[in-house]
Design a protein around this ligand. Structure first.
Ligand code: LLP
Length: 470
């Protein structure tokens, strides 16, 4: 360890208040910045899509983050479990979108729902990203993080009038999702005293070929307008001076693996754009949504498309449209830049099944239980001994509490650490307090290799007792 003292644990710096100040107590502890000693780097390449020099990979049995051993990083952090991000990988993912969009009038909008860490938001805002928001709180966080509100989109099928009013006041683009939603947008515009900038969310009815819970672009989805009713929306917008038509939006779903799907949707959306223009309304923006998948299998195969491949697929169709293109990536911006680090509590066998029990659980990382999805799991360093099949489970009182099933691993020692890869998106942002587990701390490795705490862990006093009069 490069330094013995720091905030919280040896070798880490803090970008958060040391403890949330309670009533009558103010102040921040001075942040101490020092890096965990970098491990030797070899010739390893990242196994995620994008093949960058940053991020997470396995090198000779050691899980690495930006060239440091995660086991060493974990030894310097007192809390467990915790999230660990690579700042460089997030920036590299964002850069891939910027590069892919070169030559296209466009706004890459980060989907805040994927990961709302305030330091990550501030960093992306400073880079010039736009943002996609789905609640009044996301909206307020994005504004405070410094996103240019005119480059943000307020989305959703149940936006409330007070939230819409804020969006109008800030000059955000607002997706219209239904007849009642348009009425709410109009009353919000009246309350704000200025016109609302409207995108119509159209459902192109293209099957994204993903898990039904993350499929949104088909006719049976709860999102988007009734397409057969489009002319009703166009008339309503034309008649109301407080509704300013700006363009169209579609979002097909998440974890999409085939870029052809985006081309199919773009061809259909181009038809809608022509129809809207023929009706005399402008279409300045075409929002293609997000949804690009990543390689959760970490199998090293290049079967997952990059932003470049996605854009290459739709570029020709877009170029003729004369619109500003909006993309809404969440997962592909942040998932491979994060991992979830847990400590082993014990190893047990029940009949034919082996279990590695860790302190992380479905409360902090629900994707495997909710979608039966795969996220790659590895011990942070070799444990020695033979490999067996294990279910990796948490301490939560529920059989759905697993992080991975039937994983081939060595038997880890108690107290050693294990990681779930690709936990940057939809993991911390979907965490709960089930079983009174409190949300873990978040750290990142900065561009100089220093480990910084970028979100405090919740605790019993602030996250529970303080909510009651006791
Ligand atoms: N735009 C809209 C309108 C969306 O609904 C979403 C995600 C995105 C953009 C970002 O999509 P992405 O690029 O991240 O795929 N909890 C699920 C994912 C839910 C996605 C919801 N909508 C999961 O853990 O897989």
């Amino acid at each position: 360890m490069a330094c013995a003292s720091g905030v919280g644990a040896g070798g880490v710096a803090a970008r958060v208040p040391a403890r949330r100040p309670r009533a009558g107590r103010v102040g921040r502890r001075t942040a101490v910045r020092c890096a965990v000693a970098p491990a030797e780097t070899g010739s390893a390449t990242s196994l995620g899509w994008g093949k960058t020099e940053s991020g997470f990979w396995n090198q000779d049995g050691y899980v690495m983050v930006d060239g440091q051993r995660v086991a060493d990083v974990a030894r310097g952090i007192k809390e467990s479990p915790f999230y660990l991000y690579s700042k460089k990988q997030i920036l590299s993912n964002y850069q891939q979108y910027e590069d892919a969009l070169k030559g296209i009038k466009s706004i890459p909008c980060y989907a805040v729902k994927a990961n709302n860490n305030f330091h990550i938001l501030k960093m992306l805002a400073a880079r010039g990203a736009g943002a996609v928001l789905v609640s009044g709180n996301e909206l307020k966080a994005a504004v405070r993080a410094g996103f240019d509100p005119t480059r943000t989109v307020f989305n959703g099928n149940g936006k409330m009038v007070h939230e819409l009013q804020l969006a109008v006041e800030y000059g955000m683009l607002i997706n219209c999702d239904s007849e009642f939603d348009l009425a709410h947008i109009a009353s919000a515009a009246r309350a704000a005293g200025k016109p609302a900038r409207v995108l119509i969310r159209i459902n192109p009815d293209v099957d994204p070929q993903v898990h039904p819970y993350v499929s949104t672009g088909t006719a049976n989805s709860k999102f988007g307008i009734r397409n057969s009713h489009l002319s009703w929306f166009l008339d309503a917008i034309t008649e109301d001076p407080m509704l300013q038509m700006e363009g169209v939006h579609c979002h097909l779903g998440s974890t999409i693996q085939k870029v052809d799907i985006f081309r199919d949707a773009t061809v259909l959306m181009a038809e809608f754009i022509r129809e809207i223009r023929a009706a005399g309304l402008p279409v300045n923006y075409f929002n293609i949504g997000g949804g690009l998948g990543i390689n959760y299998m970490r199998d090293g195969l290049d079967k997952y498309p990059t932003p470049d491949e996605m854009l290459a697929c739709v570029r020709a169709e877009i170029e003729g449209l004369g619109v500003t293109v909006i993309l809404e990536p969440g997962r592909s911006m942040i998932a491979n830049a994060g991992m979830f680090v847990s400590k082993v509590t014990g190893v047990k066998t029940n009949g034919n099944k082996n279990f590695i029990v860790v302190d992380g659980s479905m409360s902090e990382l629900i994707r495997p239980s909710l979608y039966d999805t795969y996220q790659h799991i590895e011990l942070t360093e070799p444990a020695g001994g033979p490999v067996s099949k294990y279910d990796v489970v948490g301490p939560v009182c529920e059989s759905a509490d697993f992080l991975g099933k039937d994983r081939e691993l060595q038997a880890p020692a108690e107290g050693s650490t294990l990681v779930v890869y690709d936990a940057g998106a939809y993991c911390m942002s979907m965490a709960s307090n089930y079983n009174m587990k409190f949300k873990p701390a978040e750290y990142w490795v900065d561009e100089n290799g220093a480990i910084e705490k970028i979100r405090m862990e919740e605790n019993l006093e602030d996250s529970y007792f303080s909510m009651f009069e006791c």
